[in-house]
Every structure is written in structure tokens, then in C-alpha cells.
Design a binder for this molecule. Sequence first.
Ligand SMILES: [Mg+2]
Ligand SMILES: [Zn+2]
Length: 244
Amino acid sequence: MADIKRQLIVFDFDWSMADQDTDRWIFEVLAPDVRRKMKTLQLETQWTDLIAQSLREIHGRGATREQIEHTLQIMPFHPAMVRAVNKLKSGGKTTFFCLSNANSIFISTILKHKGLESLFDEIITNPAEWDPSGLLKLRRRVDPNGPQHSCTVGCSPNMCKGEELVAFLARHAPEYDRVVYVGDGSNDFCPVLRLRSQDMILCRRYRGLEKRIANEGEELGMRCQVKYWAGAWEVEELFGELAI
Ligand SMILES: [Mg+2]
Ligand SMILES: [Zn+2]
């Protein structure tokens, strides 16, 4: 480990950095009937489009920007995660990159509340903005009317996390000595396949990524090292081993 001079930590956001899923939490707190409806609509509507549509629906019935921001601020987020990233960042040799299927407003609102607004060099996610009426307008990262990504691993049409990781690495040459990806979901499997043998996935247990690694990892030639965790306090421990 003595030869690691430049390290990249890639963070998924929902259930990886944060201890909940922003897209679902907002509606569970503010409009559980909309949350219930999402369960049937998600079979026919692309997920990002469904969240955009659900945000319009609660705006139409009076949910305010302040309510949404407050709901994000009270979402579970483990203090050990805040300690873990701050400690690694303070070493000065680690870059942080957020790669998430949530959206820019959900993520920035929560990071600001935790004092982590300058943690990430880049946040790649679905773009969102408040309009003056208090509606949170959300769009897919990949415009449905333009060229689509060419993922064959099963990423949602709104974004291929594998392609985004490769593009990030190209923008930030030279190569990092080590890339560590923290993820939990089935959509984190595609970027994990792009990691090298000296890289590492910190995979959250009991969720989609763990299953995909077990079922498809070997077959699809996954090369990186794998470590598992369940609570953020264990990420703090693992980051202690990665400190440079
Ligand atoms: Mg996730
Ligand atoms: Zn992909």
C-alpha cells in the first residue's frame, strides 16, 4: 500500500453514502399514497421520469420546497459516514466522485446539511432545479430525445454508470493508483465491471449489487477485489485501511 499516491473513491449515493433512498423517502414522508402508486407505475414508466412526474403531483397538491428540503435533511445518514469521508479527505491524496441515479438537488441539499458540500470533485447524476413556483424539475442525465447510451449490462436509460466512470477517469488522467467504489444497487454492477485488479468494491450487503456479483461476477470477468459491509461504521473501518 506504500506505493499508493493517488486514490479515487467513487460513491453511489442512495443506500451507500446515505442510509436511505432519496427518491422513495421523499414520498414516504410527504405523500405515502404517491409512494404506493409508484410501485405499480414503475413497471411501465422509466424511474427518473416517474420521480419527475411524482414531484409534479405533490407540487400540485401544495408540497413546498421547504418541506422537501426538510424531508431530505432528516433522512437517515450515519454519522460514521461523515467521519469516514472527512478523515480520508484530510489525508490530501484521495479524490471523491459521486455517481448516482438520484438527482443534483437531493444530493446537494443533503451534503450541505452534513457539511460535506465540498467533498466531491464531481457529482454525476440526473439534473434537477427548483423553478420559482417551488416545483422541483427533474430530467434524465441522458436526454430521451438524443443519442442513447450503449450499455449491455442493464443500466437504466437515464444513465450508464459504467460509461460515466470511464469518462470520469479519462477526464482525470493520469490513472489513479487505486479506485475504490462504494455501492449497493444492481445499477452499480456495470461500473464495478470496469474496475482493475488493484481496485476494490465496498459492496453493501443484502441488496442488489451483492446478488449480481454472486450471480454474474465471475461470468462477466469481474477483476476487482471485493469487501462487504452492512453499516456505515464498517465503511469507516475499511477506509481506515485505505488511508494514505
Ligand atoms: Mg444505491
Ligand atoms: Zn451500464
